[in-house]
Design a protein around this ligand. Structure first.
Ligand code: 5MM
Length: 349
């Protein structure tokens, strides 16, 4: 098999119906915020034990997790018993992946907008990550919508979108050169008071720009996974859309912008409540009629209930695994349009 054949196989495996991606790639600062919410210290051993617990959740990992996005530290880390995290993940049949962006910084000349860093030296880092076992990567661009009352200096600007999607294109091309499948993540944030219409418009602009860049930079769409936001209203917007509106708008914006050569789309949860993220994905799959697989690449919506069950204590290991397994199973059902609130309410045996 050629390098491209391998990548196409990995991309398709990442979006296997019934499975999705576990985004466990919180950088040290972000995981620290999650741990702070349960009063747990942000120590290397706690980060290790938390992720070790997730990756050993069987058979949920085997059945519902196609790939795991890791942070650099975790890709190089071993569990307390000496097993490498990469081996723990591979034992479940899931594919190890790596977050390669280096976070966001203010975009010069565009107040209120950011640009994702990490292109310098990326070719060399990707070669090492491949050796360490990563077969896909992730890069997140952050697009923030300004408050509806802002008339001058509204964001995002075309310049801001273009700078971010250009970086995504360059990242994706470098990944494929290294034999690594790129997840491209242009996240339109859901914080703020903007309407669902405004999220729709901005998401469409961002995705159009992204696929132009991918084309111009020679990225093979067959070996690329898109990780977008759903089309929702800002959390502080008084007028919240129904789940049907979220699903139909999201499908429409994707159909208008994403070529059918892309094998799959794995959504981020972006701060949606656990069940909300599941039911919105489920609704889209119930509606159907699109050429790609639609699944999840959730961080918070897969981990939050487990985190609260865990509380940083070894004694809560089983409870945390039960909570994680439940969300993984529910999202697995949603990836096939087979979820229901009744099933979600059932406590797992
Ligand atoms: C897991 O969090 C990732 C971001 O970490 P850093 O901000 O520390 O780099 C994030 O990119 C995540 O993979 C996606 O946003 C999906 O996570 P959610 O919680 O939105 O589903």
């Amino acid at each position: 098999m050629s390098k491209m054949d391998d990548m196409v196989a990995v991309a398709n495996a990442m979006v296997t119906p019934g499975k999705g991606i576990l985004a466990a790639d919180e950088s040290t600062g972000t995981i620290g915020k999650r741990f702070a919410s349960i009063g747990t210290e942000n120590l290397e051993t706690n980060r290790r034990d938390w992720r070790d617990m997730l990756f050993r959740t069987r058979p949920a990992m085997d059945d519902h997790i196609s790939g795991v996005i890791l942070y650099d530290e975790t890709l190089r880390q071993s569990a307390a018993d000496g097993t490498s995290m990469v081996d723990l993940i591979k034992a479940t049949g899931a594919i190890p992946g790596i977050k390669v962006d280096m976070g966001i910084t203010p975009l010069a000349g565009r107040p209120g907008e950011t640009i994702t860093q990490g292109l310098d030296g990326l070719r060399e880092r990707l070669a090492e990550y491949y050796e360490l076992g990563a077969r896909f990567a992730k890069w997140r661009a952050v697009i923030e919508i300004s408050h509806p009352d802002v008339a001058v200096g509204r964001t995002p600007t075309e310049g801001g979108i273009k700078a971010n999607t250009h970086a995504l294109g360059r990242y994706a091309a470098l990944c494929q050169e290294a034999g690594i499948v790129p997840i491209v993540e242009p996240e339109v944030l859901m914080g703020g008071a903007h309407s669902v219409e405004r999220c729709h418009e901005v998401t469409e602009r961002a995705l159009n720009s992204l696929f132009t860049e991918l084309y111009e930079q020679g990225v093979a769409l067959e070996a690329t996974i898109l990780k977008p936001n759903m089309v929702v209203a800002g959390k502080q917007c008084a007028q919240q859309p129904t789940r049907e509106e979220i699903a139909t708008r999201t499908i429409k914006v994707l159909k208008d912008t994403v070529p059918s050569a892309v094998p799959g789309i794995a959504f981020l949860s972006g701060g949606q409540e656990n069940e909300e993220a599941t039911r919105n994905l489920d609704m889209m799959n119930k509606i159907g009629g699109f050429p790609w697989k639609l699944t999840y690449s959730y961080g918070r919506a897969l981990q939050q209930s487990a985190l609260f069950a865990w509380q940083g204590k070894a004694a809560n290991y089983d409870a945390a695994q039960t909570a994680f397994a439940h969300r993984a199973k529910m999202n697995g059902l949603a990836s096939k349009g087979q979820w229901s609130p009744e099933v979600d309410a059932e406590v797992d045996a």
